[in-house]
Ligand binder design. Structure first.
Ligand code: FAD
Ligand code: FES
Length: 272
């Protein structure tokens, strides 16, 4: 895995639980794609702490040619809490890019982007890709559902809100958007949407619930899993996911590695 130093351009809390880190890092030159990720370590202790995986959240080229790469993160533990202290000019080590990313959207279906909590991270880049491709004149056909435990989990880059796509919100405690879970919102929204293709990122219980709904309702569905990772390039087996190819029951499937075979898997192909 190629590791390089990236300089921090900005780092700020956008909501109670979502931080945005902007980096001078050319993810475009490395094959940027929504749901691909970097393995990040802090500059002061790159070797003592295992790197942590973070999705590319957004990537764009500025007028002066510089490429800015954005990461959204939620401070939950040892590394992510220390990331909140990063100031402009600081540097981080980035390994990658890693992972496969979401597949190209089927232009015959409506993209349904489902984000749970910090699973919102890959979707600005995903919307950027859709609007640069088959959905350039069809922003209104894209639906993004932002789900969280409470209002502080609901955030997306302001340009995405202004892009003309449809955004639905829901929270477990009803403090923002519809009161309920993402599957409740989906059951209401699906009949009016017609043929959809779902792209999903969020915590395991949400992936599991959306997968069950997709298999029941028969819509195509791509799950980006957030298994814990150590190496990020396929050698440590920390990130295995069980395959369910050909309907093999749980516990009897072969194992796939989320870092190299994923993190995106078709809903029919794994036990989420
Ligand atoms: C492919 C991929 C992409 C990811 N993208 C993002 C992203 O864009 N933004 C973001 O904030 N996070 C993302 N994550 C999760 C992120 O890597 C973890 O939050 C991070 O490793 C936590 O490091 P830490 O040292 O702060 O926490 P630790 O001190 O290692 O752990 C703190 C707590 O967080 C829990 N935890 C750690 N990792 C995970 C995980 N993967 N899933 C669930 N719980 C976990 C631990 O069990 C523990 O309870 C991604 C994970 C994967 C696999
Ligand atoms: S993180 Fe090491 S094999 Fe996937």
């Amino acid at each position: 895995m190629q590791v390089s130093l990236a300089t921090v351009l900005g780092n700020a809390a956008e909501s109670g639980s979502v931080w945005r880190l902007s980096l001078a890092y050319d993810a475009l030159a490395r094959g940027a794609k929504a749901a691909r990720f970097v393995m990040l370590s802090l500059e002061d202790r790159p070797l003592q702490v295992l790197p942590r995986p973070f999705s590319l959240s957004d990537v764009w080229r500025c007028a002066d040619g510089e490429v800015v790469t954005e990461i959204l993160y939620k401070p939950v533990g040892r590394v992510t809490r220390r990331m909140t202290a990063l100031k402009p000019g600081a540097r981080v080590h980035l390994g990658g890019l890693a992972g496969n990313g979401f597949p190209d959207a089927d232009p015959a279906k409506r993209p349904l982007l489902l984000a749970g909590g910090i699973g919102n991270a890959p979707f600005a880049l995903h919307v950027r890709e859709l609007l640069a491709g088959a959905f350039a004149a069809r922003a209104g056909e894209i639906t993004l559902v932002l789900a969280g435990r409470s209002a502080e989990d609901i955030w997306i880059q302001p340009w995405v809100r202004a892009s003309g796509i449809r955004i639905l919100e829901c929270t477990d405690d009803g403090t923002r958007g519809e009161h309920g879970r993402i599957t409740d919102v989906l059951r209401h929204a699906l009949p009016a949407l017609g043929a959809v293709e779902a792209f999903v990122c969020g915590p395991e219980p949400m992936l599991h619930a959306v997968q069950a709904l997709a298999l029941e309702a028969g819509f195509s569905c791509h799950l980006s899993v957030e298994e814990r990772m150590a190496c990020g390039y396929g050698v440590c087996n920390a990130c295995v996911v069980e395959s369910r190819a050909d309907g093999v029951p749980r516990g009897q499937g072969t194992f796939l590695k989320a870092c190299v075979d994923g993190p995106v898997f078709e809903a029919r192909s794994i036990h989420a």
